[in-house]
Design a protein around this ligand. Structure first.
Ligand SMILES: [Fe+2]
Length: 397
C-alpha cells in the first residue's frame, strides 16, 4: 500500500508468458476493490489453487463478558501466561464489527502457514524480534515494530526469543491516514513519518520443496485448513502496492506545540471506524501558561483503548507495562485530581503507548473480565487522604 515495490523476477509486461526452466509460471493478481484498488502480481511455480486436501473448518468462538456496570476500566495483561503460537495464542480482549484487539504471547512455534482471508492485521511487537516469512519475502521485525499484513498474505512467524504482541485484526483496510498523503500517494512534509520509515520484505526466497504443507486461512469467521503438496512460498517474483511492511514506533516523529496537541496528532494508522495512534517520547507544550497534560474530554462517539508499552507511567498506581486503560464512550475522562497542577513545568515525557480509538462500542471478552482491576473508575475520587490514583503525568489519558 505505501508505494510500488518489486522483488525477484517479473516479466517485462503484465499478462505475458513468463517461464521458469521452460515451465510457464502461474500469474496471480492479488487485488483490492475488484480490479481497481491496490494490487500486487505474483508469479508462482504452482497454481495457488492447488490443494491436496481440504481439512477442518474451525469456527471462531468469542466468550463475551457483559459487565453489570458501565465504567472506565484498567486491565493488566503483563502476567497473561504464554500460550499457543502467533495465531492460536491470540487472546481476544475487546472487539466490535470493525476491529478485534488481542494479546499474544506465544509459547511455541507455528507448525503451519497462515493467511487472513477476511481482514488486514497490524501486530505491534511489544517484546521480541524475528522474521515474518511471507509469500512476498522475508520481513524482519523487532521490538517496537508495527507489522502491517494485508489480507491475502500467506505467512509464518519465525520468532527469536519471547514475544509479546498486541494484535489488531480488521475486516476493513489498514491505511496510512489520507491527510499524510498527497494526491499521488507520496507522504507529505509534516506527516509524522516518511516512506523511508516503511520497510517492505527484504528478501524473496523461492521454495521448490514438495511435501505436506498445512495452510490455515481465516475465512467466514473461522479457520479453514488446507494441505498443499508444495511449499506455499513458491513465488519467483512479484510487484505492486500490496505487501506486508513494518514501521517502528520509534520512527514516529511526535508533533508537539506551544499548547496541547489533540490525539489526532499522534495518529499512525487509519482503519474502518477506528484509528491507531502512537504516543512517543517528546517535548511537552512550551507556552509559559501551558498545562502539559491533557484537558478532560468526553469522547462522545469513541472508545479509547490505550496500551502502555514503556516509560514513566509507573507513577500511575496500578498501571504497568502491558496495562490497558479503556475509556468507553459516553463518559468524560482526564488526569486524576491534582495532576494538572503537578504537571506544570514539565518539559518532556518518556512514555510510549499505543492507542486504539474505535467509533463504535467495544465488547469485552472473558479475559478482559479476568484482567479488570475493578477499581480504576474510582481513581478520580479524591477523598483528601491521598488515595486518589497517581496518574501518568503526560500520556493522553
Ligand atoms: Fe482520552
Amino acid at each position: 500500500m505505501p508505494f510500488y515495490q518489486r522483488l525477484g523476477d517479473v516479466p517485462r509486461k503484465r499478462h505475458i508468458q513468463f517461464r521458469d526452466n521452460g515451465t510457464l509460471l502461474t500469474e496471480e493478481v492479488m487485488g483490492l476493490e475488484g480490479f481497481s484498488g491496490n494490487e500486487s502480481i505474483l508469479y508462482h511455480l504452482q497454481s495457488p489453487c492447488r490443494v491436496m486436501q481440504i481439512g477442518e473448518f474451525e469456527p471462531i468462538v468469542r466468550e463475551e463478558w457483559v459487565p453489570d456496570t458501565h465504567q472506565h476500566r484498567l486491565l493488566n495483561t503483563k502476567d497473561v501466561p504464554p500460550d499457543g503460537d502467533e495465531i492460536t495464542g491470540r487472546r481476544l480482549l475487546m472487539w466490535n464489527n470493525d476491529v478485534e484487539i488481542s494479546l499474544c504471547r506465544p509459547s511455541g512455534p507455528m507448525e503451519y502457514f497462515f493467511r487472513n482471508g477476511e481482514g488486514d492485521e497490524v501486530i505491534f511487537v511489544h517484546e521480541g524480534s524475528g522474521t515474518l516469512e511471507t509469500i512476498f519475502g522475508d520481513l524482519p521485525y523487532r521490538e517496537g515494530d508495527y507489522v502491517v499484513i494485508p489480507r491475502g498474505t500467506t505467512y509464518r512467524f519465525r520468532p527469536e526469543g519471547p514475544q509479546r504482541h498486541l494484535v489488531f485484526e480488521t475486516p476493513g483496510l489498514i491505511e496510512i491516514p489520507r491527510r499524510y498523503r498527497n494526491q499521488y500517494g507520496q507522504i507529505v512534509e509534516g506527516a509524522p513519518y516518511y516512506h523511508r520509515d516503511i520497510h517492505p520484505p527484504a528478501q524473496l526466497n523461492t521454495h521448490r520443496e514438495q511435501g505436506e504443507f498445512p495452510v490455515k486461512v481465516r475465512v467466514r469467521d473461522g479457520y479453514q485448513t488446507y494441505v498443499l503438496d508444495y511449499h506455499p512460498f513458491d513465488v519467483v517474483g512479484w510487484d505492486g502496492y500490496l505487501f506486508p511492511w513494518t514501521f517502528s514506533i520509534h520512527d514516529f516523529e511526535p508533533i508537539t506545540g506551544r499548547i496541547h496537541q489533540p490525539p489526532p496528532a499522534h495518529q499512525t494508522f487509519a482503519g474502518r471506524n477506528f484509528v491507531i495512534c502512537s504516543f512517543c517520547p517528546r517535548k511537552l507544550d512550551f507556552d509559559p501558561l501551558a498545562v502539559p497534560i491533557p484537558y478532560h474530554h468526553s469522547n462522545l462517539q469513541s472508545e479509547e483503548m490505550i496500551y502502555y508499552v514503556s516509560g514513566n507511567f509507573g507513577s500511575r498506581k496500578g498501571v504497568d507495562v502491558g496495562s490497558i486503560t479503556l475509556h468507553p464512550s459516553g463518559l468524560p475522562h482526564g488526569p486524576q485530581p491534582g495532576l494538572a497542577e503537578k504537571s506544570i513545568g514539565l518539559h518532556e515525557t518518556g512514555e510510549l503507548a499505543v492507542m486504539c480509538d474505535t467509533f463504535h462500542p467495544l465488547k469485552l471478552s472473558a479475559l478482559a473480565r479476568d484482567l479488570d482491576d475493578g477499581k480504576y473508575a474510582y481513581s478520580w475520587y479524591d477523598t483528601g487522604d491521598g488515595e486518589a490514583t497517581e496518574a501518568g503525568l503526560t500520556s493522553h489519558l
